[in-house]
Design a protein around this ligand. Sequence first.
Ligand code: ADP
Length: 177
Amino acid sequence: MSDELDTRLSVEQGDITRQQVDAIVNAANESLLGGGGVDGAIHRAAGPELLAECRSVGGCPTGEARLTQGYRLPAKYVIHTVGPVWHGGGQDEDALLAACYRNSLALAAEHGVRSIAFPAISTGVYRFPLERATRLAVETVRRVLASSELPERVVFVCFDEATTAVYREILEGAADG
Ligand code: ADP
């Protein structure tokens, strides 16, 4: 992988709602009406206007993405994507998770987003195995960036130390291959 690509990708530990980027990605559910985990944190930080806009969007199928304003967040936009619930791997979970990253990045590029932050989609309540999800996330984002100028910068924001460690290891490993 080229050095230029490596400078466009990074890992940070923290709260995605605090990220100073053009767009943050929400690991939402199909209703788009809010939930726990990162979804709850984003709705709390963005304020009630976000839920009102989500209501008007009318839901989002698994693997797809929808864009709203960021309201009280530092980020201008929230890109809501719905990761797959892990059922053991036989229900297209890998392809659906990769689609979340691809569709979110495509929507971001359409809106001129230069910087975007992703949480570890599906690895919380949806129980997707962390290493497998991280490999897919990194591979998919790298592949998109290699053929697209936007977004210029992608940050993987990990909430806890264990997730951060896995992301760092896989990102560094992928840089060698
Ligand atoms: P899913 O339902 O897609 O599994 P979750 O919100 O349960 O989504 O978890 C996805 C990931 O988001 C987990 O790694 C969780 O620790 C992380 N997370 C929770 N809150 C935040 C936050 N404020 N910022 C970034 N990541 C978060």
